[in-house]
Design a protein around this ligand. Structure first.
Ligand SMILES: [Zn+2]
Length: 136
């Protein structure tokens, strides 16, 4: 049997606040109240001091592309209609990096250092996936 449904993230106790933020259109980062480190993806403990006093704070939603690729061959039938599309590593202005699709951009215009801003694509009643587009 072939499925064409795109996979969706399944929130856990640790990641649920992040996904709820995405659903509301807010990119959230974890901030350690002990050492002030900011991190993404969500973890149970601070990656800097291993403390567990983490709080959520909204990110500006802006950053720079540090690496990117154009997907021309779909990984599964679910993505066949999407190719070609771009995926990038984005260094957020707060420091953490994240991987996401790049939308609303001429693929030939992609470059390292390109300023981008976050957007959210609703994919179900509870999940919206973050993506980036060129900053205006
Ligand atoms: Zn810490």
């Amino acid at each position: 049997m072939t499925t064409t449904a795109k996979p969706l993230p399944v929130p856990t106790a640790v990641t649920a606040p992040y996904w709820e933020g995405c659903r509301r259109g807010v990119l959230l980062l974890q901030r350690c109240t002990a050492c002030h480190a900011v991190q993404l993806p969500p973890q149970r403990h601070c990656g800097s001091c291993l403390g567990d006093a983490l709080e959520w704070q909204p990110a500006a939603g802006t950053g720079r592309i540090t690496s990117w690729t154009v997907v021309r061959h779909p990984m599964s039938a679910a993505f066949a209609a999407d190719v070609p599309y771009a995926v990038a590593i984005v260094a957020l202005d707060e420091g953490p990096t994240m991987m996401a699709r790049i939308r609303d951009c001429d693929l030939d215009a992609l470059h390292v250092g390109m300023r981008v801003g976050v957007g959210f694509e609703p994919r179900s009643e509870t999940i919206a996936l973050p993506y980036f587009r060129p900053a205006r």
